[in-house]
Design a protein around this ligand. Structure first.
Ligand code: NIG
Ligand code: FE
Length: 389
């Protein structure tokens, strides 16, 4: 196995308080040794051991690769017209999902695979080294299983979202659709998925339906996560906590009981500012969640309808400007927070034994991710020890 010594790191986010200062475990003038796909050593550059090859970071800042724990990448088609209409004052309607369902069903496997590959690469160029990917634009047994088979070629973090909206064929029989999602569709999808998700929202699935979907998925070995409280206040967050879901996603409309439930549970509050940006809606209040003691993750929600971005730096900048987060909190949420939301301990931190996922920024510190919004600061990315960018 080849070892690589990265020196000249002006400021390193380790997300490990034992290794550096504050919750980010910041180390100044640091070095990191990669050994195969793992991190072998982290510490002050002055004490760095020898390695087979060396890379001089040239005074750049370094941080763990971003962990994007919420994305919908298996789709075809384009919803520019819908976005344009919203920016002219129309409201967001989750029913637009059906537009993408029609295009996705009509697409070839190769076209869907190429779209996922393109978006994973786009994310990687912006520092994302772990990406979750949901189904949810097929809504038939075959199309959902196909979406998950394709997603699994690109990431182990695959999520069965047959309960995205009621399939058009079942418009008059939502109960029948839930039976399909918890029965034959689950049978076909479970072998390709790690997680089960549902869109618990008015116009999609109510609490009883979402509970049925997540419970059936859990019985097949899938761990629940839930789209909750995005478009209005509802029962989703409390259901996610009740079921021990890994994460409740969106969390835009919360009451005090929701915040308290999240704060006293292991369920991560995953915030998706790209969705509020692209639907011109009010942002979730990250400050309130953090002050209450909840664990917060930031993710892109990349999808063609409500948030067509793969950029974690963009989400960090918006979270800092609009959601009451400090730059440190936003960077932590986009790395360690995402890892928590995916129940991963091998990513989201720079420490011996962790996976060698490391990003260098053309900047002296991680704060520049928010301080210099919209600027492509990612200058190098290692994923699993391989230099990808
Ligand atoms: O997370 N909320 C539901 N699903 C997506 C939107 C999907 C779409 O509009 O195509 C979301 O925002
Ligand atoms: Fe989503």
């Amino acid at each position: 196995m080849t070892t690589t010594l990265i020196t000249g790191i002006s400021s390193l986010v380790t997300n490990d308080e034992a290794q550096g200062s504050g919750p980010l475990g910041l180390l100044a003038e640091a070095a990191v040794v990669l050994d195969g796909d793992r991190i072998a050593w982290v510490g002050p550059a002055s004490r760095a051991p020898a390695a087979d090859t060396a890379h001089d970071a040239g005074g750049r800042a370094a941080l763990p690769g971003f962990v994007d724990s919420h994305a919908h990448l298996v789709f075809a088609g384009d919803r520019t017209a819908e976005f344009n209409a919203r920016m002219s004052g129309q409201p967001y309607r989750a029913g637009g999902i059906r537009t993408t369902v029609a295009a996705t069903r009509a697409a070839t496997d190769a076209a869907l695979d190429a779209n996922v590959a393109r978006l994973v690469r786009e994310a990687l160029l912006q520092g994302t080294t772990v990406l979750e990917c949901k189904s949810g634009y097929g809504l038939t047994v075959e199309d959902e299983a196909r979406a998950l088979r394709i997603a699994a070629r690109h990431t182990p973090e695959t999520t069965y979202l047959g309960a995205h909206v009621v399939a058009p064929e079942y418009a008059d029989d939502p109960a029948g659709y839930v039976d399909l999602v918890t029965g034959p569709m689950l049978d076909a999808c479970a072998p390709h998925a790690r997680w089960v998700d549902a869109f618990c929202e008015r116009g999609a699935f109510d609490a009883d339906q979402a509970r049925a979907v997540l419970t059936a998925g859990a019985a097949r070995g899938l761990t629940p996560r839930l789209h909750a409280n995005q478009l209005g206040h509802g029962p989703g967050v409390r259901l996610a906590v009740e079921l021990g879901a890994a994460s409740a996603d969106h969390c835009t409309h919360l009451d005090d009981a929701d915040v308290a439930a999240l704060a006293s549970s292991a369920t991560v509050a995953t915030l998706l500012p790209g969705a509020e940006f692209s639907t011109r809606a009010a942002y979730p209040d990250a400050r309130r969640l953090l002050d209450a003691g909840a664990t917060v993750a930031l993710s892109t929600d990349c999808n063609p309808g409500s948030s067509f971005t793969t950029s974690m730096p963009f989400c960090i900048a918006v979270a800092v400007r609009e959601m009451g987060m400090t730059p440190d909190e936003a960077v932590h949420a986009a790395t360690a927070g995402g890892a928590r939301a995916l129940r991963r301990t091998d990513v989201g931190r720079i420490a011996p034994g962790a996976r060698a996922d490391l990003v260098l920024l053309d900047a002296p510190s991680h704060v520049h991710l928010a301080y210099r919004p919209g600027v492509p600061l990612v200058s190098a990315v290692w994923r699993g020890g391989v230099r990808e960018v």
